[in-house]
Design a protein around this ligand. Structure first.
Ligand code: RB5
Length: 144
């Protein structure tokens, strides 16, 4: 069973809770790295906890959500083993897996509806990396 890690700030909390219900209904295990309410908080704390768990293999894939998606995406992408992809439509989530081998799906909680977010999650979790020329490109992403 692949464990999916979840993290959000207060702005992403409602969507995170919705996605947890969707994951359970669709047979996925998850681990929630917070936050645990809509009280104002700082997204890096939760993004870093999730990114560390994906890097060390505790979680197979991550889902990270803040208001725009940008702050938590910047946070997770500071980790060398992470490729976080900001997605707001399933077609982008599909390409993030096929071309970028993204391992954290990032969504903008204040700018995406629940149905579209569910489709992004389903697509992201079910789509394989294509490899080939894309492997060369992702290998060149880390700063040497
Ligand atoms: C919180 O107000 C908001 O700044 C945060 O969720 C995110 O959008 C930052 O990038």
């Amino acid at each position: 069973m692949r464990t999916i890690g979840l993290a959000s700030d207060h702005a992403g909390y409602p969507l995170k809770e919705h996605i947890k219900e969707w994951l359970t209904a669709n047979g996925y295990e998850y681990k929630d790295f917070g936050t645990n309410s809509t009280d104002s908080c700082d997204y890096p704390q939760f993004g870093h906890a999730l990114a560390t768990a994906v890097e060390n293999g505790e979680c197979h894939t991550g889902i990270a959500i803040c208001g725009t998606g940008n702050g938590i995406n910047m946070s997770v992408n500071h980790h060398q083993g992470i490729r976080g992809a900001l997605c707001w439509m399933p077609e982008i989530a599909e390409l993030a897996r096929q071309h970028n081998d993204a391992n954290i799906l990032v969504m903008p909680g204040r700018f995406i509806d629940n149905d579209t977010a569910e489709k992004c999650v389903k697509t992201f979790l079910e789509t394989e990396f294509e490899g080939g020329r894309h492997q060369r490109r992702i290998d060149a992403i880390p700063c040497k």
